[in-house]
Design a protein. Structure first.
Lengths: 346, 192
């Protein structure tokens, strides 16, 4: 037995410890724990200061509920309260996603529900605490209207072609976009309840990681969007991300073709670089600062916009961030200005 | 177009399920990767015995861990295994613990050598429906050789996995805490 200062270590038979360890592992898998829901989520809050607006915005409060119903069966949902919730129509409460996953194998999970559409990279990784800048890229608003979640079913999975490589896919049949796509893709996100036509859309993404820290992806969303189901909307996106040490580089390009619209062709892209520095400062041992720069452009056919953003943020813990950004719009100059925001998982 | 899409979807469905309804063993493989015995044997292949110690996490120990930058322990005690070879030579230590990923706990083993460096990390159970890639050696081998002076953080000395950031952060915290726990508890202690 070792007795050292304020700690005691009791040698116990290996069988007992083995049983204890096994019990620890089984604890979360037991019938008592399984089926119970876990609650978490994230919050963000923003201050915009430019010539067009000077305001606080309680942008998002997003509780996340998840449950392992049984081994291989998961339910998860995000309930988004935007802009304070639906108060006098000045906000929104919606299911950002709500999915039932049945895992047959790591390469094949069947998913149904309101699905976070695998179109581009940003849509899948849009949580505010994950991102180093406050506003989403222009292309992730106007071409891939993040957050894009759709009612549908399909499969996702992960494959390991070699010891050093990882590949993954997602493929779903969904209700798709609606008639508004003729004018704005952002306004055309479809109903979770009722498709506006009899045609279903398909959305999917393939991604491949040749080495740890590097990932490339390609994605698509195709299907009819108008009420009669005669006109197709096709969106294609490619994305890439690389991180090594304190450096993080990412980018995305997306193009859309809206059959029958006045402006059929639309496209956009962004590139972003972030550098993390001064770890463990300001009384927080796990803290870090991050400097970020992003350049983004969209071409909507009848109009274009370019936005450059520089930002400095401080994370007292990795899941919590204070961001200070400065945005410069090329055309809508009145929107150029400062953004101060907070975001955290909880 | 519609027919093509449905054909593609049906083909994907068939391909995914072909061969088979999953067996209980296959379903189990999705999440339970290693038993504690397998993980210990994998971490110390030349070990002939593992002495189990139930380590009481006292307030003093908690404070010292916090001072070292580790997250605090929720548990009052932690099982630590001491690996020895046939000649009773100390090979190292191992801690089995849990950390919450996005929704659910990840059960892991951290092996620490007598020089207080991480000699290996293994995932025993992964309960999320996505992000199981963290169990692969291409990710886990990053931890080898790290000691208490290393930050063990993404964007510094650990390369992140896109789409599994919360799991990676959880593992980083678990590895760092286990490492500091073993070092704090056993350094300068005489182990019989």
């Amino acid at each position: 037995m070792v007795d050292k200062g304020n700690m005691t270590m009791q040698p116990v038979p290996i069988l007992v410890v083995g049983m204890w360890a096994a019990a620890t592992i089984c604890k979360a898998d037991s019938d008592v724990d399984r089926g119970r829901a876990t609650i978490g989520g994230y919050i963000d809050h923003e201050l915009f200061w430019n010539d067009k607006t000077k305001t606080f915005d309680q942008h998002r409060f997003v509780p996340i509920v998840a449950s392992e119903v049984s081994e291989g069966v998961h339910v998860a949902a995000e309930i988004e309260f935007e802009h304070g919730g639906n108060v006098d129509g000045d906000g929104e409460i919606k299911l950002e996603y709500a999915t039932l996953d049945i895992t047959f194998h790591e390469a094949a999970t069947f998913r149904g529900g309101v699905i976070l559409s695998p179109l581009g990279r940003f849509n899948l990784l849009h949580d505010s605490p994950l991102n180093d800048l406050t506003n989403r890229p222009l292309v992730a608003r106007e071409i891939v209207p993040t957050t894009l979640s759709e009612s549908g079913m399909g499969f996702f999975g992960t494959l390991y072609p070699t010891q050093e490589t990882v590949a993954g896919y997602e493929l779903y049949v969904v209700n798709g976009f609606n008639e508004e796509a003729g004018t704005s893709l952002r306004s055309a996100r479809g109903s979770q309840k009722q498709d506006n036509n009899e045609q279903k859309s398909m959305v999917g993404r393939l991604h491949y990681s040749p080495s740890l820290g590097l990932e490339v992806g390609g994605s698509f969303h195709v299907g009819a969007y108008d009420d009669t189901g005669d006109h197709n909307l096709s969106i294609y996106a490619i994305d890439a991300g690389w991180n090594r040490g304190p450096l993080d580089v990412r980018g995305e390009y997306a193009t859309a073709n809206v059959d029958g619209a006045v402006e059929e062709g639309r496209s956009g892209y962004y590139a972003q670089v972030a550098y993390h520095f001064l770890p463990g400062k300001l009384l927080f041992p796990n803290s870090t600062f991050t400097a970020t720069a992003r350049y983004g452009h969209i071409d909507l056919g009848g109009s274009e916009e370019t936005r450059s953003t520089v930002g400095l943020n401080f994370r007292p813990e990795e899941q919590t961030v204070i961001k200070l950004d400065y945005e410069i719009y090329d055309r809508d100059e009145d929107r150029s200005g400062l953004i101060l925001s907070l975001a955290s998982y909880f | 177009m519609l027919k093509q899409m449905w054909t593609l979807w049906a083909a994907a469905l068939f391909a995914a399920t072909a061969g088979a309804a999953p067996t209980a063993q296959q379903i189990g493989q999705v999440q339970v990767f290693l038993s504690p015995e397998q993980a210990l044997a994998g971490a110390y292949p030349s070990a002939s015995s593992f002495d189990g110690h139930m380590l009481s996490v006292t307030d003093s120990l908690r404070q010292r861990l916090r001072d070292s930058g580790a997250r605090s322990f929720g548990a009052d005690s932690v099982a630590v295994y001491i690996a020895r070879d046939a000649t009773h030579r100390l090979l190292g230590y191992a801690v089995i613990g849990d950390e919450i990923g996005k929704y659910r706990p990840i059960t892991y083993l951290v092996a620490v050598d007598p020089q207080w460096q991480v000699s290996g990390v293994a995932i025993l159970v992964y309960r999320e429906s996505r992000g199981g890639e963290v169990r692969r050696q291409r990710f886990l081998r990053q931890y080898r050789g790290m000691d208490g002076a290393d930050p063990i953080r993404i964007n510094q000395d650990i390369i992140n996995i896109t789409g599994a950031t919360l799991s990676v952060r959880a593992l980083n915290a678990g590895v760092r805490r286990s490492l500091l726990l073993v070092q704090t508890a056993f350094q300068n202690a005489s182990i019989d």
